[in-house]
Ligand binder design. Structure first.
Ligand SMILES: [Zn+2]
Length: 124
């Protein structure tokens, strides 16, 4: 390891230690704000199939579905690591239609039927 690498590694570690007390709470706030925006968007979004307003319940259904899917993957492949790209953020309580949340538009679109929710890459 060259001196330059040691200096860069040391500065990176010091930076991480200095900024971690700021970065962790900022990440928690961003996650919370995104969740609130998504639930608020769901409260005003009508399902394109059945017309029912999604409500925050639709977001909870998608969260539970995601947790179930992750638990199943971990049970089938114990010890493996997964890199998931979540595409289902709300499930219509009326008809089960799956929606993806678009942060920029703060709205939902139909989930891409080609996305099967399976891991894009596996390793372990
Ligand atoms: Zn529906």
């Amino acid at each position: 390891m060259r001196l330059r690498d040691v200096v860069l590694l040391t500065l990176t570690m010091i930076g991480a230690i200095v900024f971690l007390p700021v970065l962790v709470p900022a990440a928690l706030v961003c996650t919370s704000v995104r969740g609130r925006r998504m639930r608020r968007a769901a409260e005003t979004f009508g399902c394109v199939v059945c017309g029912m307003v999604l409500t925050a319940e639709a977001v909870r259904w998608a969260d539970r579905e995601d947790e179930k899917q992750m638990a199943e993957l971990q049970r089938e492949h114990p010890g493996d690591l997964f890199r998931m790209i979540r595409t289902c953020h709300a499930i219509c309580p009326g008809c089960g239609t799956r929606y993806e949340y678009l942060e920029r538009e703060r709205s939902f679109v139909l989930e891409d039927p080609r996305s099967d929710g399976l891991p894009s890459a596996q390793g372990g």
